[in-house]
Write a protein that binds this ligand. Structure first.
Ligand code: ATP
Ligand code: MG
Length: 238
């Protein structure tokens, strides 16, 4: 593995505050870690520790105050607005906790929205099958269960075949069985398409299926370790 692949996603001394004066809050206090290309990285940490803030900065939605992020050797801040937009559109999939589906588009159309943004989208019917959504493809979001909606939002992110897939608590709102199905899906996608995955979760048990575990607390990295004994999502227990 080349050095660029080993440090595919590099986070260096990242700092971020919100507010000013009395209400200023330092959320990220100098974070550094690297994620290898193709790795399944799980980001753990208590509520308010800065996980979503970090994901938004990696996703180019928010800016850091200092420090930097590089992807494949390119610093995000040096990309300029045009290349940053390209990066977000073509190379990044973002699965939000609250699905953010378009209510008047059916399942297949919601996923197609992601495909339009890409130069080499995955085959939509094949993906609908992988997602277990083929027979639901003509339904609107409000005719779907929570787990099915989450699968559509994963489909919309993954259909671009992004280099990087960011998932913010993809199972936060789901029951045990559905959570496991979604985790298996994300694990299978990572194995099949070799996307680099960063997944935020509160659930410690999920680290068993990760290649790499990073734990944040109080704005800093408190644990940064690799897992050589990965198990499948089906074997996870909590
Ligand atoms: N736009 C903002 N303006 C002001 N404060 C913010 C903003 N976004 C986040 N914060 C604050 O930054 C801290 C970290 O928030 P963040 O959403 O990153 O936490 P988190 O680790 O994702 O938590 P959770 O597990 O609850 O989702 C919180 O104290 C939050 O109030
Ligand atoms: Mg969050």
């Amino acid at each position: 593995m080349s050095d660029t692949e080993k440090n595919f996603l590099k986070i260096v001394d990242l700092k971020k505050s919100f507010g000013s004066g009395e209400t200023r809050q330092e959320v990220l206090k100098g974070l550094s870690f690297s994620v290898e290309k193709g790795e399944f990285c799980v980001l753990l940490g208590p509520s308010g520790s800065g996980k979503s803030t970090l994901l938004n900065i990696i996703g180019g939605i928010d800016n850091a105050d200092s420090g930097y992020i590089s992807i494949g050797g390119d610093k995000l801040e040096d990309l300029g607005e045009k290349r940053l937009t390209q990066y977000r559109r073509k190379h990044l999939g973002y699965v939000f906790q609250l699905y953010n589906l378009i209510g008047n588009l059916n399942v297949k159309e919601n996923i197609e929205v992601g495909a339009y943004l890409s130069d080499n989208p995955l085959d939509i019917d094949e993906l609908l099958n992988t997602l277990g959504l083929y027979e639901h493809r003509h339904k609107l979001p409000n005719q779907l269960s929570g787990g099915q909606q989450q699968r559509v939002s994963i489909g919309r992110a993954i259909v671009k075949n992004p280099d990087i897939l960011l998932c913010d608590e993809p199972t936060g709102a789901l029951d045990y069985t559905t959570s496991k199905e979604i985790l298996k899906l994300i694990g299978d996608i990572n194995a099949k398409y070799k996307n680099t995955v960063i997944m935020v979760t509160h659930n410690e048990a999920i680290k068993g299926m990760a290649d790499h575990i990073v734990k944040l607390r109080d704005g800093k990295v408190r644990l940064n370790e690799h897992n050589d004994h990965k198990i499948s999502a089906a074997e996870l227990e909590w």
